[in-house]
Design a protein around this ligand. Structure first.
Ligand SMILES: C[S@@+](CC[C@H](N)C(=O)[O-])C[C@H]1O[C@@H](n2cnc3c(N)ncnc32)[C@H](O)[C@@H]1O
Length: 256
């Protein structure tokens, strides 16, 4: 089972300050630098549809897939609530980014908020890129972000605590990382405490999210093996080059 099935219930609350609108403008801008503005877009690892709804508001129709049935359900619920305001209704489906095949192509493919880093083995990475390529015609654009190796090794992951609440619950999440430097991976242990405000009942959820940090030469080699050309690589949410200070990287690749 995907670790995200349990986590889904608290995901939107924990990330409610994440600026999906600004990120969507950024990604749409990256795509537009290379090709016509997309009309139909495949999102690999769509989560609860935070970007999909923003793309929809910009007239871009998203088909989103995610491993977690709960995430997909929450994405569909989000669209149900917003549907009258949307120009292009997104659709969602449970699926694995390593093996999913829609048997059709899209104008662009995106995979956002570290989905690529959730693919922790070499085979997983190749399969993710293979899935992206299978849904693009030649010259189609693929944009994804990832944990950038040089920055992760320079400024190593730390123990952090995050709190959030809404009118129903209080959530507190402790994050404890463990590095596996020979695998280019970090085990991120989430210890989540949730307290209901109405009856004071509480629940504890412990999850391990294994993340892979990536380096540009391996990304370029893997993209090439899947018939992509790496066009540009940036520090996330900027047009700055990657450096050992950019924890999150972003790549624009073109199908060839
Ligand atoms: C940090 S969340 C990002 C979700 C969404 N893109 C966002 O920006 O909110 C990572 C997502 O990747 C999904 N995921 C991880 N591995 C996957 C796989 N192999 N196939 C499909 N989804 C996957 C998880 O279920 C989760 O929803």
């Amino acid at each position: 089972m995907s670790v995200f099935n349990l986590y889904a219930a608290y995901y939107d609350l924990l990330y409610r300050d994440k600026d999906y609108a600004q990120e969507t403008d950024y990604v749409a801008g990256l795509i537009a630098e290379t090709s016509r503005p997309p009309r139909e877009l495949l999102e690999l690892g769509c989560g609860t549809g935070g970007h999909a709804v923003q793309f929809a508001e910009r007239g871009i129709q998203v088909h989103g897939i995610d491993l977690s049935a709960d995430m997909v359900q929450r994405a569909s619920d989000r669209i149900g609530r917003a549907r009258t305001a949307l120009e292009a209704l997104p659709s969602f489906e449970q699926g694995d980014v390593r093996s999913y095949r829609a048997n059709r192509t899209f104008d662009a493919v995106v995979s956002l908020f570290h989905v690529a880093s959730y693919q922790t083995s070499n085979a997983d990475q190749d399969e993710l890129f293979g899935t992206a390529r299978a849904h693009l015609c030649a010259a189609g654009v693929f944009v994804f972000d990832f944990w950038y190796g040089p920055a992760v090794l320079t400024d190593r992951p730390r123990h952090v605590t995050k709190q959030a609440e809404d009118e129903h619950i209080e959530v507190s999440r402790e994050t404890t990382p463990t590095m596996f430097v020979n695998d280019n991976c970090v085990d991120v242990r989430f210890d989540v405490h949730v307290r209901s405000k109405s009856d004071q009942r509480s629940q504890r959820i412990v999850e391990n999210h294994r993340m892979r940090y990536l380096f540009l030469p391996e990304i370029e080699q893997r993209l090439g093996a899947s018939r992509f050309r790496l066009l540009r690589a940036y520090a996330w949410m900027s047009r700055l080059p990657l450096s050992d200070r950019s924890w999150y990287g972003c790549v624009v690749a073109q199908a060839c």
